[in-house]
Design a binder for this molecule. Structure first.
Ligand SMILES: Cc1ncc(COP(=O)(O)O)c(C=O)c1O
Length: 380
């Protein structure tokens, strides 16, 4: 129950990695097969989030994707951007602070409301100099789902770019970037996409991408036409690749691509909506069971269709990553861990995060363990 830290690697992904390593070890590696793999992964990921293939770039992680967008934008002194910094991962705060120092851009920080990124407050903070709004689709703690469609609409109406950190939802919640009005979205593959560290995707909507100038440019971001060797220099015009492909640089993380190729195939086969319904259903069941024991679940049991894959227990902000101030919660964490439940502490809460590898028996076991521990220590 720790997908929000890193997901499980499937045996299919492991087999794909092994096959690639064997090929490299015994046969030197087949470059055209590697390029075919990249094309297939790009197409599968595009399909998963309802984007066009050209709207997907390969990155290392969330940080690289977010920074690629920030650095490619034509910022003017006095421009501003809006975010709810308290609920963002530091990787979606440092790039903005850097921008403030480098380019005189204003960072408008909106306060969270009961653990939520408040869509309307973000919109209220926007004005005619707002160029971007950035937010996580689901926060890493307490794991609430943000109203992406509402923010997307406000951004579209005002011509601002809506930039999403999608890492806590992609692969788990069905994500239709077109329907949600997302202009750019960064993710990495080690969490909900059930892949490896060091591999990520950047989606950027064509209309925006083609107005952006990447800070870095290299071979795969330059359009030399079909069939031209990767080492060719071209005619010197250095036309950028269409849409987000201009953000691709040099050789790819082929091993990371092989791992996520297998999980993308599984997700497309199972269907993103089915995965979402299954995982959020389990999370609601867990939240309900813990609430029934009198335990303080952040936000209580979410309404059907509004929850995420994350259930956070305890008071948000009491304690830090890996520590919790409340001795009762610390003891519960120890008890669960000692009994083989894998979870994390984030921002002082016990964070359970689920995926398709979990089932109803897992949920019952955690509730039973919490009930046993609860007697005499916490709640009723
Ligand atoms: C919301 C969120 N964003 C970003 C990250 C990580 O970013 P990166 O992939 O750049 O390491 C995490 C977790 O590690 C996260 O929970």
């Amino acid at each position: 129950m720790d997908t929000a830290a890193r997901g499980l690697l499937s045996t299919d992904s492991r087999a794909a990695i092994d096959a690639m390593l064997d090929d490299r070890l015994y046969d030197g590696g087949d470059k055209s097969a590697m390029f075919d793999l990249i094309a297939r992964v790009r197409e599968r990921y595009a399909r998963l989030i309802n984007a066009d293939v050209d709207e997907i770039a390969f990155t290392k992680n969330v940080s690289e994707g977010l920074n690629a967008i920030v650095a490619a934008f034509d910022w003017r002194k006095g421009d501003n951007m809006v975010l709810c910094a308290d609920l963002e991962h530091p990787n979606n705060v440092f790039p903005w602070r850097h921008l403030v120092r480098r380019a005189g851009v204003e960072m408008r920080v909106v306060a969270p409301q009961e653990g939520q990124i408040p869509a309307e407050a973000l919109a209220d903070a926007m004005d005619r100099r707002t160029r971007m709004v950035s937010a996580s689709s689901v926060t890493f703690a307490p794991g609430f789902r943000m109203d992406m469609a509402a923010i997307g609409q406000h951004c579209r109406a005002r011509g601002a770019l809506f930039l999403v950190d999608g890492v806590q939802s992609v692969g788990i919640l069905a994500t239709d970037v077109a329907a949600l009005g997302i202009d750019a979205m960064a993710t990495s593959t080690q969490k909900g996409l059930l892949g490896l560290y060091g591999m990520g995707f950047l989606y950027c909507r064509r209309e925006w991408a083609e107005q952006l100038t990447p800070a870095y440019l290299s071979r795969f971001g330059v359009d030399l036409g079909a069939g031209v060797h990767e080492a060719a220099l071209g005619d010197g015009a250095d036309r950028l690749m269409p849409a987000a492909r201009r953000f691709d640089l040099g050789n790819y993380n082929y091993i990371g691509a092989a791992a996520v190729d297998a999980s993308l195939a599984m997700m497309l086969d199972a269907g993103p909506r089915r995965i979402e319904a299954y995982v959020t259903g389990l999370a609601r069941k867990l939240a309900q069971g813990l609430v029934d024991l009198g335990l303080p679940v952040c936000g209580g049991v979410p309404p059907d269709g509004k929850g995420s894959s994350i259930v956070a227990l305890g008071a948000l902000g009491q304690g830090q990553h890996d520590t919790v101030d409340d001795p009762a919660m610390a003891a519960l964490y120890e008890h669960l861990s000692a009994n083989g439940v894998r979870l994390s502490i984030r921002r002082g809460t016990l964070r359970f995060s689920l995926h398709v590898n979990n089932n109803a028996a897992d949920i019952e076991r955690v509730i039973e363990l919490a009930r046993g521990h609860n007697r005499g220590t916490i709640g009723k």
